[in-house]
Design a protein around this ligand. Sequence first.
Ligand SMILES: CC(=O)SCCNC(=O)CCNC(=O)[C@H](O)C(C)(C)COP(=O)(O)OP(=O)(O)OC[C@H]1O[C@@H](n2cnc3c(N)ncnc32)[C@H](O)[C@@H]1OP(=O)(O)O
Ligand SMILES: O=C([O-])CC(=O)C(=O)O
Length: 372
Amino acid sequence: MPEKSSGLEGVVIGESRISSIIGTKLTYCGYEIDDLAENAEFEEVIFLLWNDRLPNKEELADFKAKLFKFMSVTTNNSEQFKAFAANKGRAMAALRTSISYIGIFDEKADDMNEDANMNKAIRIQAAMPAVVADFERLRNGLETIKPKEEFSFAKNFLYMLFGEEPTDTQVEAMNKALILHADHEINASTFTARVCVATLSDLYSGTVAAIGALKGPLHGGANEQVMNMLTEIGSVDNVEDYVYKKLENKEKIMGIGHRVYKDGDPRAKYLEDMAKRLTEENGESELYDMSIKIAEIVEKEKGLLPNVDFFSASVYHSMGIPHDLFTPIFAVSRTSGWLAHMMEQYRNNRLIRPRAEYVGHVGRKYEPIEER
Ligand SMILES: CC(=O)SCCNC(=O)CCNC(=O)[C@H](O)C(C)(C)COP(=O)(O)OP(=O)(O)OC[C@H]1O[C@@H](n2cnc3c(N)ncnc32)[C@H](O)[C@@H]1OP(=O)(O)O
Ligand SMILES: O=C([O-])CC(=O)C(=O)O
């Protein structure tokens, strides 16, 4: 029997050209995350992850046009969608179900060639922001908003969500957040997507499986939990009591710690900067001050540092985004990484099927029901 690794910690599951984590350095296809966060548009990063190179001007224009086309044809006006939005259905569940639902109507869903998969990838990526925005509007009894061709992905996402043109600061913050969350090696949701398509299942199925994995509070779901925690704490004066009590009870502080980064998450500093700026502009800098105090105590007591989810909560809150849409926004971004990984998996596929050490009963015999 091969060696056991709980949580597959430290296990290398194969090769990838997509993102690399070395110490606290994160790169996408060889480009440092800092370089991309400072200079790129999210659409360029999606293209990069899917093609292993940045697009030229014409390729980017063509790619944006395709994304736009599918963002605008994704009408979430089906009766089912309206019903779960009107019932104030849960946002991640709505997203998961919507992607599955859209997949039903793609006649080429099971075509496995590279071109067909690239087309499906564009459809899925483009559908994500539209589904999140439409869900938010429909549950509030509002009309859905069509994207505009001249707007970027980040700008359209905010525009479809709020129904008015976002400010440059908001667009810049959303663009950066989308880039910073786009890919992260073999995290739990990406691994889930790869396991799913390694059976030669389709990209819709892999995306739906990945959304389910991202939803959990130990992964992408942590950003909403961070906001719940900040709301519950309420003021800087209450931080110490709250954090020490949690630690004494061996409870987790959300948004802190990481399976791979033990010396800090390189994405957190960007979100921290944005959180500082945006909370100040919003007159809610206490949210930032509380976050800093929480992080200081947990670092002092446990040696653990904030991950990408910690400051993204105050960033999204400052932008006026409802708290249950924080994790769906993570999904809008991470879909780019999931799709890149699934297409990479197809190119060099092998069924993913590990083993388990059996620790259950042995040698039992079937007992007739009357004798149990
Ligand atoms: C995008 C993302 O997915 S980033 C991660 C988002 N998730 C969170 O923010 C949830 C909070 N954090 C956690 O639960 C964890 O740090 C994880 C799941 C992210 C990583 O967990 P693991 O690699 O399994 O670390 P592990 O659970 O072994 O932790 C090691 C020790 O640190 C403690 N610890 C880890 N994270 C935290 C935390 N957030 N708060 C308090 N203690 C923590 C553990 O209890 C454990 O303590 P012990 O040695 O006294 O038992
Ligand atoms: O890599 C991980 O385990 C979690 C994470 O930070 C991410 O998915 O962005």
